[in-house]
Design a protein. Structure first.
Length: 628
């Protein structure tokens, strides 16, 4: 069994229709290389588009981080400005033993409040507080303005998370998320706070960083300032940008729900995303997304930016659709041209092939094409037309030669019949003359003259059935003159058949055989011969029957064999069993003229008689070829 690939190649090479083969080959030659090249180019361009989009998002995120850094730096500077005022330094950055001994002068207090008021900005800094160590200091709330209290005992916020972190001595300043603030701070001051720790001073002038702070400067901030920076620097509505600290607390976000959806813990940032400030593909429960994180300098904060992969790949997909549309357009145009070219080639070759295939059912005919072209197919068409003309001319010559040969064979066969009959007839006349029956001799000669006049009066080899029947009557009359009217001859043929044609000397040899080898072979040498005829479709059938001695099975087999061999023989002259030459020649003449389906059939029963069936095509005199 052949390998499937070999079978496919064999089918394509030898069995597939030419038009289909050309269309497939053109399609593969056009689409396969262009598809591979287009796919390669698309992947390269797609990669460039994705890379450019990521770079754009990366630049935007860096710009956002810079804005946040500037915002925090501004707040830090404002808080530092307050912390570094003479009033704050002289009041809080002192040894613990001196704390609370100095009173704040009204002028310094006014200057401090003026700075605080200028720092406040409801869009960013919503409140400023100084939390003092009320375990050391006296009541500083006496310096507060009713409309803007500045000094607050630290004991009131000692339960806050930011206080605990400062107490741990790890930070001197940091940005506090709302989770670090007390409920009171959230309600009255702000959602975020920037805190600065003011330590006590050692006797030698050093700051006591690990000791309890003397005061904390708190600038409370509006979270909207940070949120707006994040929102204004996002490129997609479902992009999640948020700021977290090292405690995994969200300081700010574009959308808290999206931030929760795409939340990456601080400890897993490097593991899941990779290097800082570089976007990479990250898997989430909701699907893949491109993520990056950016440290905010001088803080424990990170900005995390998560963009759904669809937004990054959208430009590439749009390009794919655009590029694919252009490719499909040109591919369709190329396929149309390939199909047109394939049809142009295949149709011309198929036309020649179909025209050549008609040779199976008839003679070749030239192609009726005015412009065959100058290419190889045109040369093939011209050559075919030339070959057709030559073959047609050769067939005409062969047909004429065959017809001439057929007529020569027919005349040769007839020449064999005529001497045979003439010999028998002259033998009869000679016998009559010897017996002195001059009147009968005269009648016999007149009858014979009429007989040969019918046979030789025209050059044609075909007679009307009427004349052939008359010819048969004359023959039987001559034979009855010889045999003293021992045979009754009856003709039962419809007159409508008289105008149809039959080869000359068709009935006579059969009647002669019935006369001599049938009736004369009987002991009483008397009998009858019946000739009947009728139309059978497009044919005419005659039956010549006698009630003679019949033919023995062996002789009938010999006769049938001679007839059968005559069907196969291409020669007009061949050895034939004695007594069969007339029947053999008649059968051969009929088949030579009309074809193998016509001729003689024999049936006989010994002692009862013989029946010969003659079958010829029904051809009217008007249809008979003049050459006959």
């Amino acid at each position: 069994m052949k390998h499937p690939v070999k079978q496919l190649i064999h089918h394509y090479t030898y069995d597939m229709k030419l038009k289909t083969k050309l269309v497939i080959s053109h399609t593969l030659l056009i689409l396969l290389p262009t598809a591979v090249l287009s796919g390669f180019l698309f992947m390269r361009i797609y990669g460039i588009v994705i890379e450019n989009r990521i770079r754009s998002e990366q630049a935007l995120s860096i710009q956002t981080v810079s804005s946040i850094e500037n915002l925090i730096a501004h707040v830090s500077h404002a808080a530092g400005a307050i912390a570094n005022t003479i009033t704050v330094q002289d009041t809080f950055h002192v040894p613990k033993e001196q704390a609370g001994q100095m009173r704040i002068s009204p002028s310094r207090l006014t200057s401090l409040y003026h700075l605080v008021d200028s720092t406040k900005n409801r869009s960013l800094v919503t409140a400023v507080k100084i939390y003092y160590d009320d375990s050391i200091y006296g009541d500083l709330t006496q310096y507060n303005k009713p409309e803007s209290p500045l000094f607050t005992p630290v004991s009131s916020v000692s339960s806050s998370h930011w206080y605990d972190r400062f107490s741990a001595g790890k930070y001197n300043r940091f940005l506090c998320p709302e989770q670090y603030l007390t409920q009171k701070e959230l309600e009255s001051d702000g959602k975020l706070a920037y805190m600065i720790r003011i330590p006590y001073q050692a006797p030698d002038g050093r700051s006591l960083q690990k000791e309890q702070a003397s005061a904390y400067i708190a600038l409370y901030l509006s979270s909207e300032s940070f949120d707006s920076i994040l929102r204004n620097n996002t490129s997609a509505t479902d992009e999640a940008s948020y700021i977290i600290n090292d405690q995994d607390l969200i300081v700010s976000s574009t959308d808290l729900a999206l931030a929760s959806k795409y939340f990456v813990p601080h400890a897993q940032l490097e593991q899941r995303i990779g290097r800082a400030e570089n976007f990479s593909l990250v898997s989430f429960l909701e699907g893949s997304a491109y993520g990056a994180y950016f440290p905010i300098p001088d803080t424990d904060l990170y900005m995390v930016s998560i963009i759904p992969a669809a937004h990054i790949t959208y430009a590439g997909q749009s390009m794919l659709i655009y590029f694919g549309g252009i490719y499909l357009f040109f591919a369709a145009a190329a396929l149309f041209f390939a199909f047109y070219l394939s049809n142009s080639i295949a149709n011309r070759i198929i036309a020649v092939a179909l025209q050549m295939e008609k040779v199976r059912t008839g003679r070749p005919q030239p192609m009726n094409i005015s412009d065959t072209g100058c290419d190889e197919i045109g040369i093939l068409t011209d050559t075919y037309n030339y070959m057709t003309g030559e073959i047609s001319s050769l067939m005409d010559r062969q047909r004429n030669t065959s017809e001439e040969l057929r007529m020569a064979e027919f005349r040769a066969l007839q020449a064999q019949v005529n001497p045979h009959f003439l010999y028998n007839t002259l033998d009869m006349i000679n016998w009559l003359a010897h017996t002195g029956r001059s009147q009968e001799v005269t009648e016999a000669i007149q009858t014979l003259s009429r007989f040969y006049k019918l046979t030789l009066s025209r050059r044609e080899l075909i007679n009307p059935i009427a004349k052939e029947l008359e010819h048969a009557r004359l023959y039987v009359k001559l034979q009855n003159m010889r045999y003293e009217n021992r045979v009754d001859f009856v003709i039962d043929v419809s007159e409508e058949l008289y105008e149809y044609t039959i080869p000359k000397l068709t009935f006579q040899p059969i009647i002669e055989n019935a006369f001599l080898h049938g009736i004369m072979a009987k002991e009483e040498k008397r009998g009858s011969i019946l000739l009947t005829g009728w139309r059978s479709g497009n044919d005419i059938e005659f039956i010549i029957s006698d009630d003679g001695a019949g033919i023995s099975p062996k002789r009938l087999d010999d006769l049938l064999n001679d007839v059968a061999e005559g069907d196969k023989s291409n020669s007009a002259i061949r050895p034939v069993a004695p007594g069969h030459i007339g029947l053999y020649n008649t059968n051969l003449r009929l088949k030579s003229l009309y074809g193998s389906q016509y001729g003689l059939r024999f049936t006989s029963r010994l002692g009862e008689g013989t029946e010969v069936t003659i079958r010829i095509p029904a051809r009217h005199i008007a249809e008979a070829p003049s050459v006959l």
